[in-house]
Design a protein around this ligand. Structure first.
Ligand code: PBG
Length: 328
């Protein structure tokens, strides 16, 4: 070798990549089953386990089919699930969201009976339960903020009464965390934490979820309440507000297109950060994997590791069961 630089070269990063074990030793980020939250869709009916067309491998379960799924989640060592319900009927007030025997409330009881230790989180929102499919009450074509808070608080309390371990408001109404905190405390649920969907963007990546949950808006879109994708400083304000209002965990959603938001939040806030690897992120990978275009396992582990590396402590992901099988 005649190049002078090569003769003087002392620093060689490749030394720390030479074998599997040295790579393990210097690895900076690790993905663990402990980090995972598994979303589950529940619906009415009997003996139905219905695959969501745009989300291969993800199902809507009737309540009698839920037990088997919960046992599997428990066996795999996944610590938490988040429940989404498809109600029997929709109305303008989201009544079916806060009934004592509503779909989510019943599902909570089944999960708790099947696996008492499994941590049950519930999504607190109105879009699946209202005729117009918006996350709040609507009047004259406008999504109302303050009037919606009362309903969201009622939903959260009904979940806590049914046995939920944590509630996660996702409606993006101003003040939703504070209103829910106050209502929970009033009812004696001072120990139930709140995970705020704090920086939730108006994203096209929710498409498959809306098929799954039958929650697409019937007019307009969600851009008057969900965040505008180009904004990051506003996300910091949203997170700060949720923390001030009493959020115990804050969330960034979606995850992959917003890794910068996760990283910035990690630097600023000493609170647990959750990231939602949403339906569209799942479907893109699944579709390419089914076509044989990518190695699904490697891509999924790379993506989830990236979300952790950005700074997330927790990841909500439809891949949770697969990941638990691969790394558990
Ligand atoms: C309800 C809610 C949505 C998601 C979680 N909670 C949909 C939406 O805001 O339209 C999306 C989850 C996903 O895409 O996986 N508001």
């Amino acid at each position: 070798m005649s190049l002078e630089f090569v003769k003087r070269m002392k620093k060689r990063p490749r030394r720390l990549r030479g074998s599997r074990n040295i790579r393990r030793m210097v690895r900076e980020t690790s993905l663990s089953v402990d980090d995972l939250i598994y979303p589950i869709f529940v619906r009415y009916g009997e003996h139905i386990r219905e695959e969501i067309p745009s989300m291969p491998g993800v199902f809507r379960f009737t309540l009698d089919e839920l037990q088997g799924e919960i046992e599997e989640v428990k066996e795999l060592g996944i610590p938490a699930v988040i429940l989404f319900g498809i109600p029997e009927y929709k109305d303008d007030e989201a009544t079916s969201a806060f009934e004592e025997n509503g779909i989510v409330q019943e599902a909570i009881r089944i999960v708790k009976k099947t696996a008492p230790e499994l941590f049950v989180i519930t999504d607190v929102c109105m879009c699946q339960y209202t005729t117009l499919g918006h996350c709040g009450l609507v009047k004259d074509g406008k999504v109302l903020n303050d009037e919606s808070l009362e309903v969201l608080a009622k939903i959260a309390v009904s979940h806590a009464k049914a046995g939920a371990d944590m509630v996660a408001p996702s409606a993006m109404m101003d003040g939703q965390v504070g209103a829910i905190r106050e209502a929970l405390d009033k009812e004696g649920f001072t120990d139930i934490p709140i995970m705020g969907y704090s920086a939730k963007y108006a994203s096209a990546f929710y498409g498959p979820f809306r098929d799954a949950a039958e929650s697409a808006p019937q007019f307009g879109d969600r851009s008057t309440y969900q965040m505008d994708p180009p904004n990051w400083r506003e996300a910091m304000r949203e997170i700060e507000l949720d923390i001030e209002e009493g959020a115990d965990i804050v969330m960034v959603k979606p995850a992959l297109p917003y890794l910068d938001i996760i990283a910035r939040a990690r630097e600023r806030f000493d609170y647990p950060i959750a990231a939602y690897n949403v339906s569209g992120e799942y479907s893109l990978i699944k579709a390419a994997a089914l076509k044989g275009w990518i190695d699904e396992k490697r891509v999924v582990l790379e993506v989830l590791t990236a979300i952790k590396r950005a700074g997330a402590d927790l990841i909500l992901t439809y891949f949770a069961k697969d990941v638990a099988r691969w790394i558990g």
